[in-house]
Design a protein around this ligand. Structure first.
Ligand code: NAD
Length: 489
């Protein structure tokens, strides 16, 4: 990977520069990894205009042609598999093992939507009038705006772009200012695959200018956003100008409930994975462990022993299990939460510090951190930390577990561990969350819908629901007995 020249934006099929550049940082050592050009409100306006022009052609080409292009994109990502993984590891910090998983998921996502678009869609209704045939068709929306975060740079881009393009929309796309590099590479692949010019446009830049204009712009008819709940709120407000469609994938504070009748070792293993995979920078992280009193101490002993063995290292290092956090600012925010937890009386069992020895000195590494005996009103129980910090709460009865799990403004994900399938199902159905697991945590599939209840979002990504989000619904009524209505004499 060698970014000698600043990375350009991609508008109307042309690599585009501006008078502003931003340094992109490697969080493993604080060094400058690359520079990229950034746009502003005007750049978004230009991109929206070309996307509008491109819509007429793109929305009309055959689904087979569109599917071929999406499959070609998947092939090209596959051909550049290791480069994509290396870029996300260098830019986000995550271990190569995680980045490789993200690349595989992104390929699967493009292939899934390529396969879905020529399958049967729409409906036919028998209506009150036997001479009226009502058919319902789904049509592309038009120009969509998409804004993604930094925690899964390539994968979040694929989840957004694949269904949007598959449905026949054109797009103005903005990656996070912290992690634009894999999106840049993805747009190189769009060009190579032969995506018609203007169909997908990459505009880099801050949320306060580029992001806000995407949410506001009158030519953009839908905005799809993944990121923090407060940013989602701002986007919702900005989108009212032209009554844009919105879909929001927001934050979470997700519970992982463990009953004493679960498979002990498996539950420890999954609970560890639930919070510490991807450095805890996962919207659906199992950041609240809700543990039955009868196994509380024994379980925590095992969990802490395992957490202390997690190999924190530069993502490029062989065997790395957790990398640095994405930025210095984010690391400081996570460390502040740790201090707040100590002050509020949570019991620190392990971690709780920045790692600065030797090679780690310049990077943004935080050790896996577990706080026990957390109470519902503690800040680390209520607020999303988005880092490797677990808050553990104790419960006695099934009802207490459900009440604790639901005591949050969020509703993104949840997991339950129990070998009593009736109990597991009853509890998971009682938890108000959109993505749930029984006896596992985190597995995610392109085929199944992704999204949250309550303040974790609006709408769903992935699966058939994810394609529907990028379509309008039209009813077509056909009069089978043509002739005048004769209403006015
Ligand atoms: P963020 O909200 O700060 O930023 C996300 C994106 O929005 C970035 O591209 C940013 O530049 C842009 N942005 C910022 N302010 C904006 C504004 N006013 N208008 C328009 N765009 C704006 O989030 P982040 O720090 O990048 O990511 C972390 C958050 O993302 C966490 O809360 C996490 O839970 C959430 N997330 C959710 C999901 C999900 O599927 N639900 C997935 C990944 C991350």
């Amino acid at each position: 990977m060698n970014f000698k020249e600043p990375g350009c934006m991609f508008i109307d099929g042309k690599w585009t520069i501006s008078d502003k550049t931003r340094d992109v940082i490697n969080p493993a050592d604080g060094s400058i990894l690359a520079k990229v050009y950034e746009g502003d409100e005007k750049t978004v306006q230009t991109a929206a205009l070309v996307a509008k022009k491109a819509f007429a052609g793109w929305s009309k080409i055959s689904v087979v042609e569109r599917a071929n292009l999406l499959n070609k994109i998947a092939d090209l990502i596959n051909e550049n598999f290791e480069e994509f993984a290396a870029i996300d590891t260098a830019n986000n910090g995550k271990p190569l093992r995680d980045s490789r998983g993200d690349v595989a998921d992104s390929i699967a996502c493009f292939r899934y939507y390529a396969g879905l678009i020529d399958k049967p869609h729409g409906q036919t209704y028998y209506t009150a009038d036997p001479n009226n045939e009502a058919i319902v068709v789904r049509e592309p929306i038009g120009v969509c705006g998409q804004i993604v975060p930094w925690n899964y740079p390539l994968m979040m881009s694929a989840w957004k772009l694949a269904p949007c393009l598959a449905a026949g929309n054109t797009v103005v796309f903005k990656p996070s200012t912290l992690t634009p590099l894999s999106a840049l590479k993805l747009f190189e692949i769009f060009e190579k695959a032969g995506l018609p010019k203007g169909v997908a446009n990459l505009v880099m830049g801050p949320g306060s200018t580029v992001g806000e204009e995407i949410a506001k712009n009158i030519l953009i008819e839908k905005v799809a956003f993944t990121g923090g709940t407060d940013t989602g709120r701002a986007i919702m407000k900005a989108a009212t100008g032209n009554m844009k469609g919105i879909s929001l994938e927001l934050g979470g504070k997700s519970p992982c409930i463990v009953f004493d009748d679960s498979d002990f070792e498996a539950a420890v293993d999954w609970s560890l994975f639930a919070i510490f995979c991807n450095q805890g920078e996962v919207c659906s992280a199992g950041s609240r462990l809700i543990l039955q009193d009868t196994i509380y101490d024994k379980f925590l002993d095992s969990l802490v022993a395992r957490a202390k063995k997690i190999k924190v290292a530069k993502g490029t290092e062989e065997g790395a299990e957790m990398g640095p956090l994405v930025s210095e600012t984010h690391m400081k925010k996570v460390l502040e939460y740790i201090e707040i937890a100590k002050k509020e009386g949570a019991r620190l069992l392990c971690g709780g510090n920045r790692i600065t020895d030797g090679d780690f000195a310049k990077g943004y590494f935080v050790s896996p951190t577990i706080f026990a005996d957390c109470k519902p009103d503690m800040t680390i129980v209520k607020e999303e930390i988005f880092g490797p910090v677990l808050a553990v709460q104790k419960f006695r009865t099934e009802q207490e577990a459900v009440d604790l799990a639901n005591d949050t403004v969020y509703g993104l994900a949840a997991g339950v561990f129990s070998n009593d399938i009736t109990r597991a199902l009853k509890v998971i159905k009682a938890v108000r969350a959109g993505i749930t697991w029984v006896n596992s945590y985190h597995p995610t599939f392109a085929q199944a819908p992704w999204g949250g209840y309550k303040q974790s979002g609006i709408g769903r990504e992935l699966g058939t629901f994810g394609l529907d989000e990028y379509t309008e619904i039209k009813q077509i009524n056909i009069n089978l007995a043509p002739g005048p209505i004769g209403w006015f004499k």
